[in-house]
Write a protein that binds this ligand. Structure first.
Ligand code: NDP
Length: 291
């Protein structure tokens, strides 16, 4: 038999987590602010708890997945002491700082704490393509390994609870950059009535081809050697003017691409014109301005 787990928060993601636990045979207790959301899960075998105290008392492992950390505290602070001797896994999206603070808060209550980042959308949960990142208590990760495996591929990053949120947000930033580039490209061709659906068949192989240069760029970032025989900041600086002018000419907003031009311009102005694009990663680590 699986090990008992309590899921707090039955939004789109929390409900998917609870369903995956049930599917793998883990006795699953559920609680949500709006009680109706437990009904469907109850039909699948979940045990709805009437109160948060009942929910926490039901299992040695508590998984929480709500809107943000403030909501998590609203829910758990009133029953804090009940967490003593249990494992709390917080799969709510947050910052590294929030992860570390929550780890301290949980330790003071006598709970083992894992912070988690979910690199998946709800329908992917329980499939191997779903990557779930964990950091914090290694003991908690190992003890409940079978529970984590029922959600997808589980990766433990280290004892610093801030690591899972850091990796999570870094991966999201790569995703947003890619989506942003796609949206700009789609807007450019839409100005000539080319459908995004048609242009996408060119974008996907193009991005896949460009993706193969990431290990090479990564090596430059890691060694600090940005010398290039492929493509310099100088030539990108010249070419980017065309991208800006063409976008403007086609009536497409510069919201997404102007910051990239600004960064290239800064690299050239600081004397790095003969370096490759990897220099931009270095410039971000020495921001010209802090926000
Ligand atoms: P939903 O909006 O579907 O669910 C939000 C949950 O938070 C609900 O259970 C809701 O309860 C609860 N909640 C909100 N405010 C309060 C409050 N004041 N008191 C008590 N409970 C409250 O969000 P998701 O399930 O999509 O997301 C949950 C977490 O998972 C987020 O951190 C999100 O970033 C992360 N995530 C989501 C992904 C996705 O694709 N959906 C992907 C990866 C991560 P109620 O039902 O009563 O409103």
């Amino acid at each position: 038999a699986g090990s008992p787990v309590t899921v707090i928060g039955l939004g789109k993601m929390g409900a998917a987590l609870a369903a995956a636990f049930l599917k793998q045979g883990h006795p699953t207790t559920v609680w949500n602010r709006s009680a109706g959301k437990a009904d469907e899960l109850a039909k699948q075998g979940a045990i709805p708890a009437a109160t948060i105290a009942e929910a926490v008392a039901a299992s040695p492992l508590i998984v929480i997945c709500v809107s943000d950390y403030a909501v998590m505290h609203d829910i758990l602070d009133p029953i804090g002491e009940a967490l003593s001797g249990r494992t709390l896994a917080n799969l709510t999206n947050g910052t590294p700082e929030q992860g570390r603070q929550t780890a301290e808060w949980a330790a003071a209550l006598g709970a083992d704490y894992l912070d988690g980042g979910i690199m998946a959308i709800p329908p992917m949960i329980s499939r191997p393509e779903a990557l779930l990142l964990y950091s914090g208590s290694e003991r908690a990760f190992e003890k409940h390994q079978r529970v984590w495996e029922s959600l997808g591929t589980a990766m433990y990053l280290g004892a610093d609870a801030g690591l899972a949120p850091l990796y999570d947000l870094a991966l999201l930033s790569a995703m947003y950059g890619m989506f942003g580039g796609f949206f700009h490209a789609a807007a450019m061709v839409a100005s000539e009535r080319v459908k995004a659906a048609d242009f996408t068949s060119l974008i996907i192989p193009w991005l896949n081809a460009m993706m193969t240069s990431l290990p090479h760029l990564a090596q430059a970032i890691d060694t600090g050697n940005h010398a290039t025989d492929i493509s310099s900041l100088d030539i990108n600086h010249v070419g980017f003017v065309n991208l800006i002018e063409a976008s403007r000419g086609q009536g497409v907003g510069l919201d997404l691409i102007a910051p990239i031009q600004a960064l290239i311009r800064r690299g050239v102005a600081e004397g790095y014109g003969s370096d490759g694009l990897s220099r931009l990663a270095e410039l971000l680590r020495q921001p010209a301005f802090k926000t």
